[in-house]
Write a protein that binds this ligand. Sequence first.
Ligand SMILES: [Mg+2]
Length: 284
Amino acid sequence: MKIILFDIDGTLINAGGAGARALNHAVRAMTGHPAACQSFQLQGATDKANFENAYKAGAGRKPTRKQLAALTRKYVDRLPVEVTASIRAKKYLKVKGVEKFLIKLSGRKHVMVGLGTGNLKDGAFIKLEPSGLLKHFAFGGYGCDSHHRSEVLEKAVERAAKIAGVKIKRHEVFVIGDTHRDVEAAKEAGYHSGAVLDGFGDPRLIMRSNPELMAKNFVNLKPWLIWLGLVKDPKGVRRGTYICPDSPIEHAHYGRTGLDLRDIETSMKQLREAKKKVTRPGRD
Ligand SMILES: [Mg+2]
């Protein structure tokens, strides 16, 4: 079984700032602060954490449970308006190639595609609905599940296991996101991690978080499918035979260059032969 979890913002779609505008609207309604989201980094965090930070930025203190619930309601009520505004302004976009990728993944017997997002479940559905991509996701982990992204991912896997009726091992889970926080959460949970660079993440931070695969978007699906182990490397290079430790990105890289332990073995053999000739010159 392979479980593939997609982040939403910057990985599947770019909602043109609809989430931040909706949250600003909700905070303004409750505290009067006009632009609470400007004072902290929204991307890559869970909605639960973002809502607390936004309220704190607006009111100067942490929200009570009741205030947080009211803020959440106001956000969810406002989100469709802001998503529609983004669509009208032509700022609601799908990440390049993602639809083709999801179609390619669908209908496979041992592949389950789900969401692994910091968005609240309602927010996730509202944001994704206009993209037409929602039908590809049978389950998910959401920002309402936990403050911690890694726990959100684990929750998604738990739900997948329930649907499939099987136990899922950590190495069977692949997480795709657009920020270093997606990568770190995947690693924390013991899952594979891949990152798109066309989203909201800082490429240097993504690189530092060291995902197994980094790609601009999904226009070229080959590296993604090789990483997922769904297609064989065109050069037929065996996995785990490289000098460097085995990882999908190295697989893709060395697969391209053709550098393989077999090449090294041949060279070593030639060296050994040459050495024999030098140390025992009389025999030839
Ligand atoms: Mg994201």
